[in-house]
Write a protein that binds this ligand. Structure first.
Ligand code: HEM
Length: 228
């Protein structure tokens, strides 16, 4: 899911040399119906932010197996996350803004239990986790419980696309470690933490950054990247 939605970010088009080439766009859509399905899910679920979506997806200009298998993990530290985003030409603002997709959806307990019971091998909970939220999560995800049980990524508005993901990071109620470190990690200070602060203050700023066009293109000829 994360992977498809991650690609979804790159489906957005405002204009493009080949944006009106319907045959090319449709062929891409057939190749990647799964991604398109996620586009529909996002468009239906939220009233904002809005951006123009043509059917299909943007083709990468390079292909590489290692890159495709090197997706970000919720157990990555901030330096690794930044690098993985940078490797696909997404910057620090993109990292914080796109992580805001966790304003809706759920995650399995297996991604949270380390934070609750054995953070970084300490045998203790993650000190950046709000104690009330930790108690709530411990009920939902007991030690040695079923790791597939789902819990909301956004504690109160899990089905709404809003800025609450960030307001919860401000009060140490991010669900995944990769969420909370954007605000709380020592190396986040002066880097990603101020961006979290900005999005927590301004939903408009979050929506604009989330919908800001990024890399990729629609190919004129499916066999090669566009000239220029
Ligand atoms: C910083 C990089 C990211 C990491 C480490 C990450 C990690 C995760 C994890 C571990 C889950 C829970 C999966 C599960 O329990 O099976 C999840 C769910 C989700 N992620 Fe991410 N993610 C990242 C970025 C993104 C991006 C860029 C998007 C979209 C733009 C996104 C959208 C979602 C959504 C919507 C869900 C909920 C899925 C559902 O409810 O079925 N994530 N993510």
């Amino acid at each position: 899911m994360m992977c498809a939605l991650f690609q979804q970010e790159h489906v957005r088009l405002s204009s493009g040399v080949c944006g009106t080439n319907k045959r090319t766009v449709c062929r891409a859509a057939k190749l990647d119906k799964k991604t398109h399905a996620h586009v529909c899910i996002i468009s239906k679920q939220c009233t904002h932010p809005k951006w123009g979506i043509l059917l299909g997806r943007l083709d990468g200009r390079t292909a590489n197996f290692t890159g495709a298998s090197n997706l970000p993990s919720s157990f990555d530290n901030l330096t690794v996350l930044e690098k993985k985003f940078r490797d696909v030409r997404l910057n620090t603002v993109d990292l914080v803004a796109l992580s805001g997709a966790h304003t809706f959806g759920r995650a399995q307990c297996q991604f949270v239990t380390d934070r609750l019971y054995n953070f970084s091998g300490t045998g203790r909970p993650d000190p950046t986790l709000n104690s009330g939220y930790r108690a709530f999560l411990a009920q939902r995800c007991p030690l040695n419980g079923n790791g597939s049980v789902l819990t909301n990524l956004d504690p109160t508005t899990p089905d709404t696309f809003d800025k609450n993901y960030y307001t919860y990071l401000e009060v140490n109620r991010g669900l995944l470690d990769s969420d909370q470190i954007l605000k709380s990690a020592p190396e986040a200070q002066g880097v990603t933490a101020p961006i979290v602060d900005q999005f927590a203050r301004s939903q408009d700023a979050f929506f604009k950054s989330f919908a800001h066009p990024s890399m990729g293109e629609i190919r004129c000829n499916c066999r090669k990247v566009n000239d220029g």
